[in-house]
Design a protein around this ligand. Structure first.
Ligand code: HXC
Length: 257
């Protein structure tokens, strides 16, 4: 039996998920992806957890799909692997999810980071889509999320050359929220997660949904959705508490109701 690929540590209200296959640069096998999705699904259900950090540890985030497992794969094998929810627990994850990226985030590893809500990059982080060098193209969003974040021309270059961008460039392109010394990447992401975890959770959930909707819909539909969520939040105790606390000049105590 394979050792676990994913280690989960809960320090409520923040959970940290660490990919743990550094000897293969955290290469993502189908089993490893399933394990990661299972862990995220469980954390979404866990009421103690309000925000999650995803990291590959101090040296590497993830070097992409497992090339050794892919080399002899047929299209039928690929289809068989892709039945079922695959990335859905991540794509439908309702809580803030922050990638803490040290070292390489390549191919599926870069796509995994980009599926998260925010990215904290260590100063040695490198992002890229080298799939073209393997005779394939990105298979988990690289051709779609790069243009939506960094624009068409940057996305074309990254995907067509496979060249990597370093942490500073990723920050300039809007791929990374901030660049920090590598030793502080995970702690910085955890601190950010902890700050967001202290916010009213229903508002946090609806904000995440609304921002994600901006990538899926028209401006008119996105604005209408935002407005409905705005109305809905006036049904929460946390709205009354947040506004009362402001007026009373005291810190709010949010209950998630
Ligand atoms: C399988 C991998 C791997 C990968 C590294 N290894 N990346 N195994 N799949 N993606 C293994 C190596 O074979 C080697 O095993 C060990 O990890 C260390 O790798 P090195 O190359 O010796 O390490 P280093 O010099 O530090 O270079 C790190 C690296 C390089 C720059 C990340 O390994 C690399 O370029 N990896 C491939 C990156 C890539 O092309 N990714 C795209 C994959 S396709 P041994 O046994 O020799 O020690 C993809 C499609 C996405 O992601 C589809 C959706 C999921």
């Amino acid at each position: 039996m394979q050792p676990p690929f994913v280690a989960v540590e809960i320090d409520a209200p923040v959970a940290t998920v660490t990919l743990s296959r550094p000897e293969a640069r955290n290469a993502l096998s189908p089993g490893g992806i399933a394990e990661l999705m299972g862990a995220l699904g469980a954390l979404d259900e866990d009421d103690r957890v309000r925000a999650v950090v995803l990291t590959g540890g101090p040296k590497v985030f993830a070097a992409g799909a497992d090339i050794a497992e892919m080399v002899t794969r047929t299209p039928a094998d690929q289809l068989a692997i892709e039945r079922g929810p695959r990335w859905q627990p991540l794509l439908r994850f309702t809580k803030p999810l922050i990638a803490a990226v040290n070292g390489y985030a390549l191919g599926g590893g870069c796509e995994l980071a980009m599926m998260c809500d925010m990215i904290i990059a260590g100063d040695g982080a490198r992002f890229g889509q080298p799939e073209v060098n393997l005779g394939i193209l990105p298979g988990a969003g690289g051709t779609q999320r790069w243009p939506r974040t960094a624009g068409k021309y940057v996305a074309m270059e990254a995907n067509l050359t496979g060249d990597l961008v370093d942490a500073e460039r990723a920050y300039q392109l809007g791929i990374a929220n901030r660049v920090v010394p590598a030793a502080e990447t995970v702690a910085t992401a955890q601190e950010l997660a902890r700050r967001i975890a202290a916010k009213p959770p229903i508002a946090v959930r609806l904000i995440k949904e609304a921002v994600n909707a901006a990538y899926e819909t028209t401006l008119t539909a996105g604005l209408a959705g935002e407005r409905r969520s705005f109305h809905l939040l006036f049904a929460t105790d946390d709205q009354t508490e947040g506004m009362r606390a402001f007026l009373d000049k005291r810190p709010p105590h949010f209950k998630g109701m």
